[in-house]
Ligand binder design. Structure first.
Ligand code: GDP
Length: 336
C-alpha cells in the first residue's frame, strides 16, 4: 500500500489491561470551515484507522451495521506504529465556542489545518485562540497545496501570516516554534518539506502521523488511582441509552464497575446517579470497537448511566470530589 517502513509495533496490551498512557496521543483537529478537516480525517482513517483491528477489542462486531447503534462522537481512534491516536473533531464555528473549549480541554495537541490558498481566516483565529489558551502546541498543516495557485512562496507567506496570528494571540516561545507540514488531503498525502507532487511511495499520511507521535506529548495521568472522568460529550443511542464521552483523568474503568455521576454545586458535591458500566466503546472510522477497559489519558465512550451530562464527573463510587469543569469565555456576539 505504499507506506514508508514502520518500526515493529509495540507489543499488544494484554486483554483487560488498559494502554499505557505513553502510547496515547490526544489530538484536536481545528480549522476554518472548508479548509479540509473532513477530507483529512477521512484520509487518515483510510490509511490506518478503519482496517486495523483494535488489539484490545473484545470482538469485531460492527455494532452500527448489525444492531443499528450509532455514535456520532467526534472522537476517532487511529492505530499507528504501536500508538493509539484519539483524533477529536472540532466545530469550526464561533457559535460552538463552548464545544471547542471542551475539546481542547481534553487533548494535549492540535493540528491546525489552513487552506494554503486562502490563508488563515476568522475561524482559524477563533479556534487557535482556544488551543493556545489551553497550552497546546499546534502543528500547522498547510492544506490544498495541489491547487495551481499554491506555490512555495505562497506557503511561506501563509506561514508568516499564521506566525503573526500566533504572536498576536499571545503564543509562548514554544508555541511559536510550530512544526509545519504541507498536504493535499484530497490526494491523501502530507509532507514535512514543500512539494506539490511527492513520489508515489510518499503519497500517504505517514509524515503527519509521525509528526503527531513526535510533537504531541502523551497524556500524563496515573492508572493507579480511583477512576475519574469529566464528561465532555453526550449523545443518545436507541439501544444503549445515554452515551457519555470524556477523557479519563485518573485510574481505570472496566465493564461491570460500579461508578457514579457527581457534580459540583454551590453547597458541595451532589451525587446524581450510581450504576454499572455496561459498555465501553471507541470509534474506529465508521466502526465501533467494544473494549473491556480503558485507562487514564484515554478518551472513551461509556453506556450505563442515564442521568449525568456534559460537565459532570463519572467516577469510582468512592470518589466524592467532582473534577473542575472547563471555564468558558463570555459568549462572543457575532454581528454577521
Ligand atoms: P471542512 O469543512 O474543513 O471539513 O472541509 P472539507 O474537508 O469538507 O473540504 C472542503 C472542500 O475542499 C471540499 O470540496 C474538498 O474536496 C476540498 N478539499 C479538501 N482538501 C483539499 C485538498 O487538499 N486539495 C483540494 N484541491 N481541495 C481540497
Amino acid at each position: 500500500r505504499g507506506f514508508s517502513a514502520a518500526p515493529a509495533p509495540a507489543p499488544a496490551a494484554a486483554p483487560g489491561s488498559p494502554l499505557d498512557p505513553s502510547r496515547l496521543r490526544n489530538v484536536a483537529v481545528i480549522a476554518h470551515v472548508d479548509h479540509g478537516k473532513t477530507t483529512l480525517m477521512d484520509r487518515l482513517l483510510r490509511q490506518c484507522g478503519a482496517d486495523i483491528p483494535h488489539e484490545r477489542a473484545l470482538d469485531s462486531i460492527t455494532l452500527e451495521r448489525e444492531r443499528g447503534i450509532t455514535i456520532a462522537s467526534k472522537v476517532t481512534s487511529i492505530s499507528w506504529k504501536g500508538s493509539e491516536l484519539n483524533m477529536v473533531d472540532t466545530p469550526g464555528h464561533a457559535d460552538f465556542g463552548g464545544e471547542v473549549e471542551r475539546v481542547v480541554g481534553m487533548v494535549e495537541g492540535a493540528i491546525l489545518v489552513v487552506d494554503a490558498g486562502e490563508g488563515p481566516l476568522a475561524q482559524t483565529k477563533f479556534v487557535l485562540a482556544k488551543a493556545l489558551k489551553y497550552g497546546l502546541r499546534p502543528i500547522l498543516l498547510l492544506n490544498k497545496v495541489d491547487r495551481p495557485a499554491v506555490s512555495e512562496e505562497r506557503c511561506n507567506e501563509v506561514e508568516s501570516l499564521v506566525f503573526d496570528l500566533f504572536a498576536n494571540l499571545g503564543a509562548s516561545e514554544e508555541q511559536l516554534d510550530f512544526p509545519v507540514l504541507y498536504a493535499s488531503a484530497k490526494e491523501g498525502w502530507a509532507s514535512s518539506t514543500f512539494t506539490k507532487n511527492p513520489p508515489d511511495e510518499a503519497k500517504n499520511m505517514s509524515e503527519l502521523l509521525d509528526a503527531i507521535i513526535k510533537h504531541v506529548p502523551p497524556p500524563t495521568a496515573s492508572l493507579e488511582a480511583p477512576f475519574q472522568m469529566l464528561v465532555s460529550m453526550m449523545e443518545r443511542d436507541f439501544y444503549l441509552g445515554r452515551i457519555l464521552t470524556g477523557r479519563i483523568s485518573l485510574g481505570v474503568i472496566r465493564i461491570g464497575d460500579r461508578v457514579h455521576g457527581i457534580r459540583n454545586t454551590p453547597s458541595g458535591v451532589e451525587k446524581i446517579e450510581e450504576g454499572k458500566v455496561v459498555k465501553l466503546m471507541k470509534k474506529k472510522g465508521t466502526n465501533i470497537s467494544l473494549v473491556d477497559s480503558a485507562g487514564a489519558g484515554d478518551i472513551i465512550s461509556m453506556a450505563g448511566l442515564s442521568s449525568p451530562s456534559i460537565g459532570h464527573t463519572v467516577a469510582n463510587v468512592e470518589v466524592m470530589t467532582a473534577l473542575p469543569t472547563v471555564e468558558l469565555d463570555p459568549p462572543t456576539i457575532s454581528m454577521t
